[in-house]
Design a protein around this ligand. Structure first.
Ligand code: ATR
Length: 282
């Protein structure tokens, strides 16, 4: 539908922002639910994020998503930040309150969990140890979700071990740092493996990891969604593991923001996934 003078406006703040799939994703929901609203790219350079966030209520906007490189720096620019965003150390969703106050949260943890649960019905984090490859911002959200869902043990493996140690201290719970060389051994007895590194992404080096010790009952998830099926997923599927790709996490993490800004709880459907996939050329 076309938008009126009453349209609710939200967007995604990033630099660069042209590559973001969020306008396509939210635009689909706006059309699907016939909402008088718009979701626009907001190209905000580093150093300008505080001013841009403070402009949201002045412009009458409902809020925005935050993407690279502003997810960490925007934490300090908001009036209120949720516990999960504080633990993760990053904000990806900002809501403007009726009083103009800015509230930030991080929906990557819930997006990760909802994607796994949707694709592996009955999946339960408490069932066994998890191996998380990587210790960046995405890893922090994944580890927080696993720790909060009762994982008995989260083994965090990172090239820079100090970063894995810091993650374990910050997130809390049964989270244990390991060196990259320990990856093959850490697979032993695991119920879940998640790649949160940039390895295996299009135009990035491949992810080389030995999963021969991983039980065949384990779920293997990649948060990389370009390509949709990574080499890790192919190897795991070929030996019989259940695999989950990263596109669903992107779709699911978008739901709480859309609901808060536009007042409708949107659904992640196959049609939506196909529509977003088209933009990835697959
Ligand atoms: P994000 O916020 O999306 O998680 P990030 O903070 O840049 O992104 O984290 C990228 C992750 O990929 C990190 O765990 C990084 O390892 P380091 O902490 O050692 O940098 C990992 N990564 C990137 N390139 C890598 C490589 N060539 N080998 C191993 N790990 C790599």
């Amino acid at each position: 539908m076309s938008i009126s003078g009453h349209a609710i406006v939200a967007g995604v703040m990033g630099w660069p922002v042209a590559h973001s799939l969020s306008p396509r994703l939210h635009g689909y929901w706006l059309r699907h639910y016939r909402i008088d609203g718009a979701y626009v790219p907001l190209a905000v350079p580093p150093g300008e994020v505080e001013g841009a966030l403070r402009a949201l209520p002045k412009l009458g906007m409902a809020g925005c998503n935050i993407t690279v490189p502003h997810k960490e720096s925007s934490l300090a620019c908001l009036d209120d930040v949720s516990n999960i965003a504080r633990r993760v150390g990053a904000v990806n969703t900002v809501v403007v309150g009726s009083d103009g106050q800015l509230t930030g949260t991080n929906t990557d943890a819930v997006g990760f969990r909802d994607n796994i649960v949707t694709n592996v019905p009955g999946w339960n984090a408490a069932e066994g140890p998890a191996v998380v490859l990587g210790a960046g911002g995405a890893a922090r959200a994944v580890v927080a979700a696993l720790a909060d869902d009762g994982s008995p043990e989260v083994r965090v493996i990172n090239r820079t071990e100090a970063r894995a140690e810091r993650l374990a201290d910050d997130i809390g719970g049964p989270v244990f740092p390991f060196a990259w060389n320990d990856a093959a051994d850490a697979m032993d007895g695991a119920a879940l493996v998640v790649n949160t590194t940039t390895l295996g992404m299009t135009n990035q080096p491949p992810l080389v990891v030995d999963i021969s010790a991983l039980p065949l009952s384990a779920v293997v998830a990649d948060i990389v969604y370009n390509p949709l099926c990574t080499a890790l997923m192919e190897t795991a599927a070929a030996r019989g593991n259940t695999v989950v790709g990263g596109l669903g996490m992107l779709l699911h993490q978008a739901r709480p923001g859309f609901a808060a800004w536009f007042g409708v709880e949107p659904e992640v459907t196959d049609e939506l996934e196909s529509f977003v996939r088209e933009a990835l050329g697959s």
